[in-house]
Design a protein around this ligand. Structure first.
Ligand code: THU
Length: 128
C-alpha cells in the first residue's frame, strides 16, 4: 500500500480526535498483515491519565478485527510535524511487529514522508 494513502487515513482520523484538554489532535492508521487498515485518534478524559493515544486506539481496532501482525503505522498531528509515537505506544506496537520485516513508522511534515523502522525508535524493546 502507498504510504501517502496511509497518511491520508491518519489525517482523516485526526479530524475526530477528542482532545479538549491538550488541544493536541493525533490520528493514526495501521496497515495489518491482511492488507486491511485500522484508524484511531486520541481521546482524552477529565481524569488526564486515562487518555488513550491515537496509535493504541488504532492497534486496538486491528486486534478486535482479528489481526495479529502490523506492517506499518502512519501518524499525523495538525499540531506538529513528524509526530513521533510516545514511548508507551512504541512498546505496544512492538508487541505486534511483523518479523522479520519489522514495522514501518510513517510520519509526515514539510520535507515529505519519512519512514522509520520501529526498531530504530525502540531499540531493545521488551519481549517475553
Ligand atoms: N498522543 C497521541 O495520541 N499519541 C502519541 O504518541 C503521543 C501523544 C496524544 C495524547 C494526548 O491526547 C495528546 O496527544 C497530548 O499528549
Amino acid at each position: 500500500m502507498d504510504y501517502q494513502e496511509l497518511i491520508n487515513l491518519a489525517i482523516k482520523a485526526s479530524e475526530n480526535s477528542y482532545s479538549p484538554y491538550s488541544k493536541f489532535a493525533v490520528g493514526a492508521c495501521v496497515l495489518a498483515e491482511s492488507g486491511n487498515t485500522y484508524s484511531g485518534c486520541n481521546f482524552e478524559n477529565s481524569s488526564f491519565g486515562l487518555t488513550i493515544c491515537a496509535e493504541r486506539n488504532a492497534v486496538g481496532s486491528a486486534i478486535v478485527a482479528g489481526e495479529r501482525k502490523i506492517k506499518a503505522v502512519a501518524i499525523y498531528s495538525p499540531n506538529s510535524e513528524y509526530c513521533f509515537p510516545c514511548g508507551a505506544c512504541r512498546q505496544v506496537l512492538n508487541e505486534f511487529k511483523d518479523a522479520p520485516e519489522g514495522l514501518d513508522v510513517v510520519l509526515t511534515g514539510s520535507d515529505g514522508i519519512k519512514v522509520y523502522k520501529l526498531e530504530q525508535l525502540l531499540p531493545e524493546g521488551f519481549n517475553l
